[in-house]
Design a protein around this ligand. Structure first.
Ligand SMILES: Cc1ncc(COP(=O)(O)O)c(C=O)c1O
Ligand SMILES: N[C@@H](CCCC[NH3+])C(=O)O
Length: 423
C-alpha cells in the first residue's frame, strides 16, 4: 500500500485520514509521510549499496528541520545550495564533514561558513569561485576541498527551465576545461581537488543521460589521474525522476544499473544528490473549495490553496494529480482524459494572477464549497518554494508516522507577515 491511499472512499496518509488533519489544522495544509521519505531513501541506499555511496539528500527539495532530522537519523548526508541551507542541516544535527555545497553564486560569507563547518567538498562552478575559496581558506587557516562542477553538455530532456547540464546553462564549467582547472588547483596548496561533480537537470525520467554522464565523468577522472591528480570522487548530482502521472518514474535500481558498473570500473567514490526522488511523492497539499462557478462556458473550482503554496504549475506548467479527499468517483490509475462521472474543470487559487491554477480542463468528480481537494506529488519543491505574495501566510506542515502525526511547521500568522517591517 502506498503512503497516500484511498480507503472506504476517503484519502489516508499512512493510517491517518487526511480530512481529519485538514479539519484539525485548517487548509491549505502540507502533509508528509515519514515512511515514504524513509522508504525512498532506503531504495537508493539499497540500489547503490555495492559502491557504498554518500547520499546527500538535496535540501532544496524539502528542507523542513524535521524532515532533515529524519533523513539524518536514517544515515543520509546533505547537498546544500546556500548558507541558509547549511545552517538548516547544522540545526538538524548533521555531520557537516559529509555535506556538499553546490551553487553558482556562493558569497564570501557562505564560503567562510562552509570552510569553518569543514564540509566534504564545494562543487565549484567557476574559476572565479576557485580563487575565492582559495583566498578565504587561507584567511580561515584551512584547505578548501573542491570538486569541479563540469557541464557535460548532455540533453536531459527536462523542462527548459530546469535543465542544467547543457552548454550555455549558467551552471558549472565546460568539461573540456577539466584538466586546465585541475592543474590550477594542484598548484595551489590552499586547495585540494577531491573529484568532479555533474548535475544534469531535474526531473530526468530516462537513465540515458546518467549512462552518458558517468562515462564522460570516468574519462575525465582517468585523464586527471594520468596527469597525477588524486581525483577520487564522482558526484552525479540529483535529478532522479518520479511519477507525477501514472508510473513513469524509474526505480533507483534502474539508475544504479547504468551508474554502478562504471564507478566500479574506474574505482572511485560516488556521491548522489537526490531531492525530488525522496520527497516528491512523500507529500501532498490539501486545500478546501471556497467557491465553485460556471463562467465563460467553464466550470471553476476555486480553492484556498494557490500558487503561493505550490508554484510549480504556474512556473513550469507542471502536472500534479488533483483529486478530492472524499471523492464521489474513485480516483482512476490514469487521471488524464475523460473519466466517467466526471466533468472537465479548472482548479484555481485565490491569488491575483491568471497563472494561479493547479489543473486546467481536468476531468473531476462533482465537488462543492467546503470539500477538500488533494494535490498529489507535492512533497518536493512545494513548501520550500512557497511565498507570502498577496500577504498570504505560509501554510502549516504535518508529518505523519503510522497513526501518529505532528505539526512540523505551524501556519504563519498575520502578525508574522509584518514582523520584520517598520511603519
Ligand atoms: C546541484 C543540484 N543537486 C541536486 C539537485 C536536486 O535535484 P532533484 O530534486 O531533481 O534530485 C539539484 C536541483 O535540481 C541541483 O541543482
Ligand atoms: N524547482 C524545480 C526544479 C529545479 C530544481 C533545482 N535545480 C521543480 O519544482 O521541479
Amino acid at each position: 500500500m502506498t503512503a497516500f491511499h484511498y480507503q472506504n472512499d476517503e484519502l489516508f496518509c499512512e493510517n491517518v485520514p487526511v480530512a481529519k488533519l485538514a479539519e484539525e489544522f485548517g487548509t491549505p495544509l502540507w502533509i508528509y509521510s515519514k515512511a515514504a521519505f524513509l522508504g525512498r531513501l532506503k531504495e537508493i541506499q539499497d540500489a547503490f549499496a555495492e559502491v557504498d555511496p554518500v547520499i546527500c539528500y538535496s535540501v532544496k527539495a524539502n528542507g523542513n528541520l524535521s524532515i532533515l532530522k529524519t533523513m539524518n537519523d536514517a544515515g543520509s548526508s546533505f547537498d546544500v545550495v546556500s548558507g541558509g541551507e547549511l545552517f538548516r542541516v547544522q540545526q538538524a544535527g548533521a555531520d557537516t564533514t559529509r555535506v556538499v555545497f553546490a551553487g553558482v553564486g556562493k558569497t564570501d560569507e557562505e564560503i567562510r561558513q562552509a570552510l569553518k563547518a569543514d564540509i566534504l567538498m564545494f562543487d565549484v562552478e567557476s574559476e572565479a569561485e576557485l580563487d575565492a575559496i582559495a583566498a578565504i581558506a587561507e584567511e580561515v587557516g584551512c584547505v578548501g576541498r573542491v570538486a569541479l562542477r563540469l557541464n557535460p553538455d548532455i540533453d536531459a530532456k527536462t523542462h527548459h527551465k530546469t535543465t542544467t547540464g547543457k552548454k550555455g546553462n549558467k551552471f558549472g564549467m565546460d568539461i573540456e576545461r577539466a584538466t586546465e582547472l585541475a592543474d590550477k588547483v594542484l598548484k595551489d596548496d590552499r586547495l585540494e581537488l577531491t573529484g568532479i561533480h555533474m548535475h544534469l537537470g531535474s526531473p530526468i525520467l530516462s537513465t540515458d543521460p546518467y549512462a552518458k554522464a558517468v562515462k564522460k565523468g570516468a574519462e575525465v577522472i582517468q585523464q586527471l589521474r594520468d596527469k597525477g591528480h588524486n581525483t577520487n570522487w564522482m558526484n552525479l548530482g540529483g535529478g532522479f525522476g518520479i511519477s507525477y502521472k501514472t508510473d513513469e518514474g524509474p526505480s533507483a535500481q534502474t539508475y544504479a544499473d547504468v551508474i554502478v558498473p562504471t564507478i566500479k570500473e574506474i574505482g572511485c567514490r560516488l556521491a548522489l544528490e537526490p531531492g525530488r526522488f525522496i520527497a516528491g511523492n512523500s507529500g501532498i497539499l490539501v486545500s478546501q473549495i471556497v467557491f465553485t462557478k460556471r463562467e465563460g462556458g467553464k466550470l471553476f473550482y476555486i480553492q484556498d490553496g494557490g500558487m503561493t503554496d505550490l508554484v510549480r504549475p504556474a512556473m513550469y506548467d507542471s502536472y500534479h494529480r488533483v483529486w478530492p479527499v472524499k471523492p464521489k468517483v474513485p480516483m482512476p490509475f490514469d487521471c488524464e482524459g475523460e473519466i466517467a462521472g466526471c466533468e472537465p474543470a479548472d482548479v484555481v487559487g485565490p491569488v491575483c494572477e491568471s497563472c494561479d491554477y493547479f489543473a486546467k480542463d481536468r476531468y473531476l468528480p462533482p465537488m462543492e464549497r467546503g470539500d477538500y481537494l488533494c494535490m498529489f506529488s507535492a512533497g518536493a519543491y512545494g513548501s520550500v518554494m512557497s511565498s507570502n505574495y498577496n500577504a498570504r501566510p505560509r501554510s502549516a506542515e504535518i508529518l505523519v508516522d503510522g497513526s501518529d502525526y505532528q505539526v512540523i511547521r505551524r501556519r504563519e500568522t498575520y502578525e508574522e507577515l509584518i514582523a520584520l517591517e517598520q511603519a
